[in-house]
Design a binder for this molecule. Structure first.
Ligand code: NAD
Length: 301
């Protein structure tokens, strides 16, 4: 049994912390949203009064926050940050599972190292379903030995554990993945809308394409058409999944990475424009598969 401090109990962090508690660990949690704390109590977690209290007495702390500014604000002291690295003993391990910019991951990792704290950037893939089922993919950057030490804890929340390389490599791999995901999702919505407008049933068309060369994760596991897939966010009003605003953030991170690498990303740039347009039409908080709305006249379907 390990005592774990866990900060950020949103769509992903909530079920991840619950899986750690289910595995028998003492999980001390904190989030700014009171409802998520109530859910965490029901899941067997120990609720702390603030983030500092959550990591107190822990040799392992995990964060699952929206963006780099939140992660820096939690772990570092810069700009009025909470300096939670200062609340951990030397030799402790911090695992940040948020998807954030590489510079922030490296800044927190370097600050941790300076204090003798081991840091991994460990963004995840697999969505809320994977978080609930404990089948996430972890994409990890940092020292190999630290990755191996974290393996038993990560295995409580995920099935596929990858060491991508040095500090920051987890974020780079995750950005490549999410840029491809955005392209797949927009393309899947586009193809489904075309077929349905020409009279096909969305479920039949999805089955055909998922057994053909157009198959992809967005089609097969996260279908954007309401009712085609019972457990997908599309079938519950696009609530509780991966918010469009977070996909827009990830596409921004991918564009910055492309600029840094002098790498052409025309498909990624187009996807970014599409998701930006979609977000600007009041869909920021809806799951990103609601991009389907861009292609439909909703009064007809
Ligand atoms: P979310 O917005 O649902 O959850 C983030 C949580 O962090 C919120 O509950 C918020 O209250 C909390 N928070 C923010 N600042 C805090 C602070 N200072 N102290 C305590 N709590 C704080 O987001 P999410 O969907 O859970 O995503 C989290 C991260 O995981 C993001 O970086 C996202 O890009 C990534 N991600 C999400 C998915 C998905 O399908 N939702 C999949 C893979 C990766």
């Amino acid at each position: 049994m390990t005592r774990i401090g866990f900060i950020g109990l949103g769509n992903m962090g909530g079920p991840m912390a619950a899986n750690l508690a289910r595995a028998g660990h003492a999980v001390q949690v904190f989030d700014l949203v009171p409802e998520s704390l109530e859910r965490a109590i029901k899941a067997g977690c120990i609720v702390a009064g603030d983030a500092r209290e959550a990591v107190t007495g822990c040799d392992l702390a995990i964060s699952m926050l929206p963006a780099g500014e939140h992660v820096r604000g939690l772990w570092l002291s810069e700009g009025g940050g909470q300096d939670l690295l200062g609340a951990l003993p030397a030799g402790a391990q911090v695992i940040d599972c948020s998807t954030i910019d590489v510079a922030s991951a490296r800044a927190v990792g370097d600050a941790a190292k300076a204090r003798g704290i081991r840091f991994l950037d460990a963004p995840v893939s697999g969505g809320v379903t994977g978080a609930a089922a404990g089948t996430l993919t972890f994409i990890v950057g940092g020292e190999s030995a630290d990755f191996e030490a974290a393996r038993p804890i990560l295995a409580c929340m995920g099935q596929n554990l990858f060491h991508a390389g040095a500090l920051g490599a987890g974020q780079i791999a995750k950005m490549c993945n999410n840029m491809l995901l955005a392209i797949h999702m927009a393309g899947t919505a586009e193809a489904l809308a075309l077929g349905v407008k020409e009279g096909l049933d969305p479920g039949v068309l999805s089955t055909i394409m998922s057994k053909s060369s157009g198959n992809n994760w967005s089609l097969e596991r996260y279908n954007p058409w309401p009712g085609v897939m019972e457990n997908a966010p599309a079938s519950r009003g696009y609530e509780g999944g991966f918010m469009t605003r977070l996909m827009v953030k990830d596409l921004g991170l991918a564009m910055a990475l492309a600029e840094h690498a002098h790498s052409a990303v025309p498909m990624g740039a187009l996807a970014r424009n599409l998701f930006n347009l979609h977000a600007s039409q009041g869909r920021e908080s809806k799951d990103f598969s609601s991009i389907l709305d861009l292609y439909l006249d909703k009064s007809q379907y």
